[in-house]
Design a protein around this ligand. Structure first.
Ligand SMILES: *[C@@H]1O[C@H](CO)[C@@H](O)[C@H](O)[C@H]1NC(C)=O
Ligand SMILES: *[C@@H]1O[C@H](CO)[C@@H](O)[C@H](O)[C@H]1NC(C)=O
Length: 209
């Protein structure tokens, strides 16, 4: 295991090389919510517990292994295209070349989907399990000027909404009337615009949990 990981470290460094054209067009990105005059305005979208929340903290894990330097793990970054999270585990699972991330390709690892209740969700590392009845397509990065956006247009939804939870958080759902939300009432949710901010740093997390 140690040798395997050490051999991965070098391509990672190489991956910090200058951006390629595909990455320019379809960069990895983080998401900030825009909904003026609301508690979610300017909140970062964070992955936690296989779901997404506005505000709070990114939930990630990095194994304590010799020979690896753990990323900060405190930023939620989505791969170019919008259908997976950017984490090392994606590459360890699929044996994809680490440099492909820098080209803006979608890694095969932690996939993003909308679960049957309408909650934006992501798969566990090293698992392709997605509950039956989930929407797998329909998540998109839409390039724009000055701002690009992240959207979901599956199931007739128009983007995303944030719904209050029992523990005072705002959970991200597909914006649709028939979503099954924590408070039981979709009218408690706030639709928001998901601004996509291109991410230029190193791979931000080992794996999201
Ligand atoms: C993440 O952690 C790093 C290192 O501790 C810190 O410098 C950075 O400001 C943090 N970023 C966020 C978005 O919290
Ligand atoms: C919600 O409505 C959409 C659009 O009518 C439909 O495609 C989807 O299956 C519905 N989802 C649920 C959970 O009822």
């Amino acid at each position: 295991m140690k040798t395997f990981i050490a051999s991965l470290a070098l391509p990672l460094l190489a991956a910090a090389a200058p951006a390629m054209q595909t990455r320019e067009a379809n960069p990895p990105f983080s998401v900030m919510a825009i909904r003026s005059a609301s508690p979610i305005h300017y909140s970062q979208m964070n992955a936690a517990g296989q779901k997404f929340y506005l505000g709070g903290k990114t939930s990630s894990y990095c194994p304590d292994l010799e020979g690896i330097t753990c990323p900060a793990g405190n930023q939620t970054v989505i791969a170019g295209g919008g259908s997976a999270l950017v984490s090392y585990s994606a590459f360890l699972c699929t044996n994809q070349k680490l440099t492909s991330l820098q080209d803006g390709e979608v890694p095969g690892g932690q996939q993003i989907y909308v679960d049957p209740t309408g909650a934006l969700s992501f798969t566990q590392a090293h698992s392709a399990f997605i509950p039956a009845g989930s929407a797998i397509g329909g998540l998109k990065y839409e390039a724009g000027k000055p701002w690009s956006h992240y959207t979901f247009n599956g199931w007739g939804a128009s983007g995303f909404m944030a719904c209050p939870t029992d523990d005072n958080r705002w959970q991200v759902y597909a914006a649709m009337q028939n979503a099954t939300v924590p408070s039981g009432n979709v009218d408690d949710c706030l639709g928001f615009s998901a601004m996509a901010l291109p991410y230029k740093g190193p791979v931000p997390a080992w794996q999201y949990i």
